[in-house]
Design a protein around this ligand. Structure first.
Ligand code: KG4
Ligand code: ZN
Length: 343
């Protein structure tokens, strides 16, 4: 018997993502991004994102189906991001998924966006050993999670007390005159810079918690750049980018490995848009190797928001026999990370 075919829909932020997964095999990953429409505002504008999702929804589903060479009627279950995310943006995906589920008579799973960022790794690296520690770093979230069971037990260990890691990348990029979203541009600029050029602060570095703080770092970068501009000398963008990126990667990897040690866990998975960062990936590889921790990071295209991650989590839930959501479940912009499936 072939594994169930699951359609996944993601609209929590500015990517309309539709993925098709059979078991743990990725068949299609179609993404339409409205990022260019937000660039001039320096951040995602919720109303603009919602409208873009409305326009992109049906064409992106059709594109995913044709990529996979399947018909809507072949789909065995539908999964959609129920939260957390932008309320209006989530609503578009949830309404579309409900319509598809109603039209096809297939079960519907409203799933947690953060758990989906973890689940997507299974498409590349096979079943996630349990328990694992997950480091989730995106534009909206920075959390460390203990994952005893991806389908039903996700325990938060810590989170950012102020800015998310990706948010810090985006704000620092703005200070350096780089386009939005800043993460990939800082990553690129940093390649030519010296990461030891400036010793930027590492918030909550050795406080013994699994929490993060990036707001002080962001302010320190802004003050450093202002002071430099006041002297009339050019700002060494590559060095600032590399030093900033080092500070973020240093704190994230130190705390992730410490969480593995503290919980006696030897598997770490990193997900979310910031997991695409080259320095974070390299430093995590070094530190995990030194600590005897097995590191799993999906390829960069699966780290940023996409529909495949939602389909991957949906497929896991189907395989585990978890009950689908009721058709009247609500999109929840602040869905807690402990709730993997919307009731
Ligand atoms: O997971 P994601 O696509 O959306 C959210 O759920 O927020 O993450 C987007 C974030 C943005 O802040 C973006 O700047 C950051 O991920 N990002 C990166 C890189 N690629 C994307 N940050 C650092 N380095 C990168 N290469
Ligand atoms: Zn995300």
């Amino acid at each position: 018997m072939t594994a169930p075919l699951v359609l996944g829909i993601e609209t929590s932020c500015d990517e309309t993502g539709v993925g098709l997964v059979r078991g743990q095999e990725l068949l299609a990953d179609a993404v339409a991004s409205s990022v260019d429409e937000h660039a001039r505002f320096g951040g995602v504008v919720p109303e603009v994102a919602s409208r873009a999702h409305l326009e992109a929804m049906v064409p992106t589903v059709d594109r995913a189906l044709s990529q996979a060479g399947v018909r809507l009627a072949d789909v065995d279950a539908i999964a959609v991001t129920a939260g957390p995310g932008l309320a209006g943006a989530l609503l578009v995906g949830v309404c579309a998924a409900k319509a598809y589920a109603l039209g096809t008579g297939k079960p519907l799973y409203g799933v947690n966006h953060l758990a989906a960022h973890v689940a997507v790794d299974q498409l590349e690296h096979g079943p996630l050993p349990a328990p694992a520690i997950a480091l989730l770093v995106s534009g909206g979230h920075s959390s460390l999670l203990l994952v005893p069971d991806l389908a039903e037990d996700v325990v938060p260990l810590g989170a950012t007390i102020d800015d998310a890691a990706g948010e810090a990348f985006d704000k620092v990029a703005r200070v350096l005159g780089l386009p939005f979203p800043g993460g990939p541009h800082i990553d690129r600029a940093a390649a030519a810079g010296d990461r030891d050029h400036i010793a930027f602060p590492r918030g909550k570095y050795a406080d013994g918690t699994s929490d993060f703080s990036f707001s002080g770092l962001k302010t320190a970068v802004a003050r450093w750049v202002e002071a430099r501009e006041a002297t009339g000398e050019p700002v060494p963008v590559a060095d600032v980018a590399a030093s900033f990126q080092e500070a973020v990667a240093d704190v994230l990897t130190r705390k992730a490995v410490a969480a593995c040690r503290a919980n006696g866990v030897d598997h770490l998975v990193i997900g979310g848009g910031v997991a695409a960062n080259s320095r974070l990936r390299a430093l995590a590889a070094d530190r995990c190797a030194a600590a005897g921790v097995q590191l799993r990071v999906p390829r960069p295209g699966l780290c940023t928001d996409n529909g495949a991650m939602v389909a991957a989590l949906g497929a896991e839930l189907v395989a585990r026999g978890v009950a689908p959501s009721a058709l009247d479940f609500a999109a929840d912009s602040s869905l807690p990370v402990t709730q993997v499936v919307a009731a």
